[in-house]
Design a protein. Structure first.
Length: 232
Protein backbone atom coordinates (compact mmCIF):
# COMPACT_ATOMS: atom_id res chain seq x y z
CA UNK A 1 0.00 0.00 0.00
CA UNK A 2 1.25 3.48 -0.87
CA UNK A 3 0.95 5.14 2.52
CA UNK A 4 1.52 8.59 1.03
CA UNK A 5 -2.08 8.34 -0.24
CA UNK A 6 -3.29 8.09 3.35
CA UNK A 7 -1.26 11.13 4.38
CA UNK A 8 -2.46 13.11 1.36
CA UNK A 9 -6.10 12.25 2.15
CA UNK A 10 -5.61 13.57 5.67
CA UNK A 11 -3.89 16.69 4.36
CA UNK A 12 -6.73 17.39 1.94
CA UNK A 13 -9.59 16.78 4.38
CA UNK A 14 -7.92 19.05 6.94
CA UNK A 15 -7.22 21.68 4.26
CA UNK A 16 -3.52 21.78 5.08
CA UNK A 17 -1.58 23.62 2.40
CA UNK A 18 1.86 22.25 3.41
CA UNK A 19 3.45 19.17 4.92
CA UNK A 20 4.57 21.35 7.82
CA UNK A 21 0.92 21.97 8.75
CA UNK A 22 0.26 18.22 8.57
CA UNK A 23 3.29 17.48 10.77
CA UNK A 24 2.15 20.06 13.33
CA UNK A 25 -1.33 18.52 13.41
CA UNK A 26 0.19 15.07 14.04
CA UNK A 27 2.53 16.59 16.64
CA UNK A 28 5.64 15.24 14.90
CA UNK A 29 8.61 16.96 13.31
CA UNK A 30 8.73 17.79 9.62
CA UNK A 31 11.71 15.42 9.26
CA UNK A 32 9.72 12.56 10.81
CA UNK A 33 6.93 13.12 8.30
CA UNK A 34 9.49 13.17 5.49
CA UNK A 35 10.81 9.82 6.73
CA UNK A 36 7.29 8.41 6.64
CA UNK A 37 7.01 9.40 2.99
CA UNK A 38 10.50 8.11 2.14
CA UNK A 39 10.09 4.78 3.95
CA UNK A 40 6.41 4.30 3.07
CA UNK A 41 5.60 3.93 6.77
CA UNK A 42 3.09 5.45 9.23
CA UNK A 43 2.58 5.38 12.99
CA UNK A 44 -1.02 4.17 12.75
CA UNK A 45 -1.73 4.49 16.49
CA UNK A 46 -0.76 8.17 16.35
CA UNK A 47 -2.67 8.72 13.12
CA UNK A 48 -5.87 7.11 14.40
CA UNK A 49 -5.72 8.97 17.72
CA UNK A 50 -5.60 12.30 15.84
CA UNK A 51 -8.48 11.39 13.55
CA UNK A 52 -10.84 9.34 15.70
CA UNK A 53 -13.19 12.24 16.50
CA UNK A 54 -14.17 13.31 12.98
CA UNK A 55 -12.32 11.56 10.13
CA UNK A 56 -13.68 8.18 9.03
CA UNK A 57 -10.83 5.67 9.36
CA UNK A 58 -12.08 3.37 6.58
CA UNK A 59 -12.11 6.31 4.14
CA UNK A 60 -8.69 7.43 5.36
CA UNK A 61 -7.18 4.01 4.66
CA UNK A 62 -9.02 3.09 1.46
CA UNK A 63 -10.54 6.26 -0.01
CA UNK A 64 -13.95 4.56 -0.01
CA UNK A 65 -17.10 5.73 1.76
CA UNK A 66 -17.62 8.96 3.66
CA UNK A 67 -14.57 11.07 4.47
CA UNK A 68 -15.89 12.64 7.69
CA UNK A 69 -17.97 10.94 10.38
CA UNK A 70 -21.59 12.10 10.20
CA UNK A 71 -20.63 14.26 7.23
CA UNK A 72 -23.54 16.44 6.13
CA UNK A 73 -22.48 17.53 2.67
CA UNK A 74 -22.28 14.03 1.09
CA UNK A 75 -25.68 12.44 0.59
CA UNK A 76 -24.78 9.18 -1.12
CA UNK A 77 -22.06 6.57 -1.46
CA UNK A 78 -19.48 6.84 -4.28
CA UNK A 79 -20.47 5.16 -7.54
CA UNK A 80 -18.31 3.08 -9.84
CA UNK A 81 -16.60 5.01 -12.61
CA UNK A 82 -14.21 4.37 -15.50
CA UNK A 83 -12.56 7.80 -15.06
CA UNK A 84 -8.78 7.94 -14.95
CA UNK A 85 -8.64 10.05 -11.79
CA UNK A 86 -8.84 8.17 -8.50
CA UNK A 87 -11.13 10.47 -6.53
CA UNK A 88 -14.72 9.20 -6.13
CA UNK A 89 -17.80 10.34 -8.01
CA UNK A 90 -20.91 10.61 -5.84
CA UNK A 91 -24.47 10.00 -7.00
CA UNK A 92 -25.40 13.19 -5.18
CA UNK A 93 -23.47 15.55 -2.95
CA UNK A 94 -24.35 18.85 -1.32
CA UNK A 95 -21.66 21.36 -2.31
CA UNK A 96 -21.52 24.70 -0.48
CA UNK A 97 -21.37 27.90 -2.56
CA UNK A 98 -19.00 30.38 -0.91
CA UNK A 99 -18.57 34.10 -0.85
CA UNK A 100 -14.78 34.18 -0.79
CA UNK A 101 -14.22 37.90 -1.14
CA UNK A 102 -13.48 38.34 2.56
CA UNK A 103 -11.24 35.29 2.95
CA UNK A 104 -7.49 34.79 2.51
CA UNK A 105 -7.90 31.70 0.36
CA UNK A 106 -10.14 28.77 -0.53
CA UNK A 107 -10.96 27.66 3.00
CA UNK A 108 -14.38 26.01 3.00
CA UNK A 109 -14.02 23.78 6.08
CA UNK A 110 -13.32 24.51 9.72
CA UNK A 111 -10.73 22.01 11.04
CA UNK A 112 -12.44 19.23 9.09
CA UNK A 113 -15.47 19.36 11.40
CA UNK A 114 -17.95 21.02 9.09
CA UNK A 115 -18.70 23.99 6.91
CA UNK A 116 -18.18 27.59 7.99
CA UNK A 117 -21.80 28.63 7.48
CA UNK A 118 -20.95 32.34 7.68
CA UNK A 119 -19.23 32.10 4.31
CA UNK A 120 -21.91 29.94 2.65
CA UNK A 121 -24.47 31.69 0.46
CA UNK A 122 -26.16 28.58 -0.97
CA UNK A 123 -25.76 24.87 -1.78
CA UNK A 124 -25.81 22.98 -5.08
CA UNK A 125 -26.32 19.29 -5.85
CA UNK A 126 -25.36 17.79 -9.21
CA UNK A 127 -25.69 14.05 -9.88
CA UNK A 128 -22.49 12.09 -10.64
CA UNK A 129 -20.14 15.02 -9.97
CA UNK A 130 -16.57 14.37 -8.77
CA UNK A 131 -15.89 15.14 -5.12
CA UNK A 132 -15.83 18.92 -4.56
CA UNK A 133 -15.05 21.13 -1.56
CA UNK A 134 -17.03 24.15 -2.67
CA UNK A 135 -18.18 26.43 -5.46
CA UNK A 136 -17.90 30.14 -6.27
CA UNK A 137 -19.23 32.52 -8.92
CA UNK A 138 -16.84 33.49 -11.73
CA UNK A 139 -16.15 37.15 -12.44
CA UNK A 140 -14.33 38.96 -15.23
CA UNK A 141 -13.66 37.81 -18.79
CA UNK A 142 -10.20 36.20 -18.60
CA UNK A 143 -11.61 32.71 -19.35
CA UNK A 144 -14.25 33.87 -21.88
CA UNK A 145 -15.90 32.19 -23.75
CA UNK A 146 -15.08 29.03 -21.81
CA UNK A 147 -16.37 30.74 -18.66
CA UNK A 148 -18.54 33.84 -18.42
CA UNK A 149 -18.94 36.20 -15.50
CA UNK A 150 -21.69 34.77 -13.30
CA UNK A 151 -20.97 31.13 -14.11
CA UNK A 152 -20.73 28.87 -11.06
CA UNK A 153 -17.47 26.93 -10.62
CA UNK A 154 -17.13 23.87 -8.37
CA UNK A 155 -13.63 23.01 -7.17
CA UNK A 156 -11.56 20.53 -5.17
CA UNK A 157 -8.87 22.13 -3.06
CA UNK A 158 -5.36 20.66 -3.30
CA UNK A 159 -2.11 21.30 -1.46
CA UNK A 160 -0.02 24.18 -2.77
CA UNK A 161 2.77 21.90 -3.91
CA UNK A 162 4.19 21.43 -7.38
CA UNK A 163 3.79 17.64 -7.17
CA UNK A 164 0.02 18.04 -6.61
CA UNK A 165 -0.60 20.20 -9.69
CA UNK A 166 -1.76 18.71 -13.00
CA UNK A 167 -0.27 21.23 -15.40
CA UNK A 168 -2.58 22.33 -18.19
CA UNK A 169 -5.74 21.97 -16.08
CA UNK A 170 -8.00 24.81 -14.91
CA UNK A 171 -7.69 26.00 -11.33
CA UNK A 172 -9.06 28.61 -8.97
CA UNK A 173 -5.97 30.30 -7.56
CA UNK A 174 -5.79 32.65 -4.58
CA UNK A 175 -2.70 34.83 -5.05
CA UNK A 176 -1.43 36.75 -2.01
CA UNK A 177 -1.38 40.52 -2.61
CA UNK A 178 -0.17 41.34 0.92
CA UNK A 179 -0.47 39.96 4.44
CA UNK A 180 -4.18 40.67 4.58
CA UNK A 181 -5.71 40.06 1.14
CA UNK A 182 -5.65 37.80 -1.89
CA UNK A 183 -6.82 37.94 -5.47
CA UNK A 184 -8.94 34.98 -6.59
CA UNK A 185 -8.56 34.13 -10.26
CA UNK A 186 -9.52 31.23 -12.54
CA UNK A 187 -6.71 30.24 -14.89
CA UNK A 188 -5.03 27.36 -16.65
CA UNK A 189 -1.90 26.47 -14.69
CA UNK A 190 1.20 25.73 -16.76
CA UNK A 191 4.84 25.12 -15.98
CA UNK A 192 6.91 28.29 -15.96
CA UNK A 193 10.11 28.88 -17.88
CA UNK A 194 11.41 30.74 -14.81
CA UNK A 195 11.96 27.50 -12.89
CA UNK A 196 10.25 25.17 -10.45
CA UNK A 197 9.64 27.95 -7.91
CA UNK A 198 7.12 29.49 -10.32
CA UNK A 199 3.92 28.54 -12.11
CA UNK A 200 2.42 30.27 -15.13
CA UNK A 201 -1.21 31.43 -15.02
CA UNK A 202 -2.76 31.42 -18.49
CA UNK A 203 -6.12 32.85 -19.53
CA UNK A 204 -8.41 31.37 -22.16
CA UNK A 205 -9.07 34.89 -23.43
CA UNK A 206 -6.01 35.74 -25.55
CA UNK A 207 -6.36 39.43 -24.72
CA UNK A 208 -5.08 38.63 -21.22
CA UNK A 209 -1.31 38.18 -20.90
CA UNK A 210 0.01 35.07 -19.09
CA UNK A 211 1.61 35.77 -15.72
CA UNK A 212 4.33 33.90 -13.83
CA UNK A 213 3.92 33.83 -10.05
CA UNK A 214 5.94 32.17 -7.31
CA UNK A 215 4.40 29.16 -5.59
CA UNK A 216 5.13 30.96 -2.32
CA UNK A 217 2.66 33.67 -3.44
CA UNK A 218 -0.19 31.15 -3.69
CA UNK A 219 -2.42 31.18 -0.60
CA UNK A 220 -4.64 28.36 -1.88
CA UNK A 221 -5.46 26.49 -5.08
CA UNK A 222 -8.42 24.40 -6.19
CA UNK A 223 -8.87 22.17 -9.23
CA UNK A 224 -11.99 23.13 -11.21
CA UNK A 225 -14.26 20.07 -11.38
CA UNK A 226 -17.45 21.52 -12.89
CA UNK A 227 -19.03 24.73 -14.16
CA UNK A 228 -22.67 25.78 -14.40
CA UNK A 229 -24.06 28.47 -16.70
CA UNK A 230 -27.49 29.96 -16.15
CA UNK A 231 -29.34 31.36 -19.18
CA UNK A 232 -31.80 34.04 -18.12
Amino acid sequence: MDKSLILNRLKNIKNFATDTELANFLNISRSTLSNWYARNSIDYDLLFSKCENNVDINWLLTGNGYNVKNESNVLAEPIESSRKTKDPIYELQRVPVFNLEATMGLVPLVDGNGVDEEKVIDYISIPSMPSCDGAIYASGDSMYPLLKSGDMIAYKRIAVERAQIFFGEMYIVAVKLDDFSTMKTVKFVHQSELGDEYIRLVSHNQHHTPKDVKLSQIAAIGLVRASIRLHN
